[in-house]
Design a protein around this ligand. Structure first.
Ligand SMILES: [Ca+2]
Length: 288
């Protein structure tokens, strides 16, 4: 296994700044480069150290506990993957995003993948973000039984008059199983849509909570008229979600529009407050 002390990385520069403030003997920094990757976006581990990971414009791969890498599922036109799926693609912030391992992986071999997808059947101008479930074979070399358990997440199909206003913006994209309830939490950004985050059925600016088939978790409590998969709404672009040890409460992180970045404790049925209709601060909640 190759181990390298990196001297010209941001991490090392930051560490050097830290070292200036503390005794030299107090901090030792070693960065291990174990795998070259292009725009790596997410990772999920098995107990033995096996790591599934995504590359935004590549696909899903796995680094086995022995250090080998198998490329499993690639975007359309990619090479070297055991399988490709022609509708998967990348553009701007969009592409192959979150990956999660089923809590019962040892028995069902399921993993989950969120990606941007395009095609005639897609509902946001020919695009969606989707969540797939698939089965990994015993040798970690291939996937099968690919099923789209969520196929209607929002997508930004065209350029708009926003800063960084290209297509494919604000996809959220993190997917995580709660250790408390066993359900899959899916974050989807606002896609630069003004009405999406407060909209009852557009899958934009939301955190969904679903079972392994993509059905709404029975305990979800969104407002009347909302899609029952919605756990919380009124988000901008939540790209981080995790669960507090001890209480297992879900927390998200999301960036605001140059300000008002936030870490949010999710309350079942709650409104995160983001409401950029008209793209100006006319709503009391606009920058919440
Ligand atoms: Ca908020």
């Amino acid at each position: 296994m190759k181990k390298t002390v990196v001297s010209l990385s941001l991490t090392a520069v930051t560490a050097a700044a830290m070292l200036a403030a503390v005794p030299a003997s107090a901090v030792s920094v070693k960065v291990e480069n174990f795998q070259k990757a292009e725009s790596p976006w997410d990772m999920a581990f098995l107990p033995d150290g096996t790591m599934f990971y995504t590359e935004k414009c590549g696909g899903l791969s796995v680094r086995t506990s022995s250090g080998g890498v198998n490329k499993l599922l690639g975007v359309g036109g990619s090479s070297g993957y055991a399988k490709t799926k022609g509708d998967l693609f990348c553009d701007g912030q969009a592409g192959v995003l979150g990956v999660a391992v089923d809590p019962d992986f040892s028995s069902n071999r399921y993993i989950y993948l969120m990606s941007s997808s395009r095609g005639d059947n897609r509902t946001y101008g020919g695009y969606n973000n989707i969540v797939m479930r698939m089965k990994v074979n015993g040798s970690l070399s291939d996937v099968s039984d690919i099923k789209e358990i969520i196929n209607d997440l929002g997508y930004k199909p065209k350029k708009s008059n926003h800063p960084f206003g290209g297509p494919g913006a604000h996809n959220g994209g993190r997917i995580r199983f709660s250790p408390a309830d066993g359900f899959l939490y899916v974050t989807i950004g606002d896609n630069h849509s003004g009405e999406g985050p407060q909209h009852p059925t557009q899958m934009r600016g939301k955190v969904l909570r679903v079972d392994r088939d993509g059905n709404a978790a029975p305990g979800n409590n969104p407002p009347s008229g909302f899609d029952k998969r919605v756990f919380t709404y009124g988000h901008r672009n939540p790209q981080g979600i995790t669960f507090r040890p001890g209480t297992n409460e879900p927390f998200t992180s999301e960036n605001g529009p140059w300000h008002s970045d936030e870490v949010t404790k999710l309350v079942n049925g709650g409104n995160g407050g983001w409401d950029p209709r008209d793209n100006v601060a006319r709503s009391v909640h606009a920058y919440d």
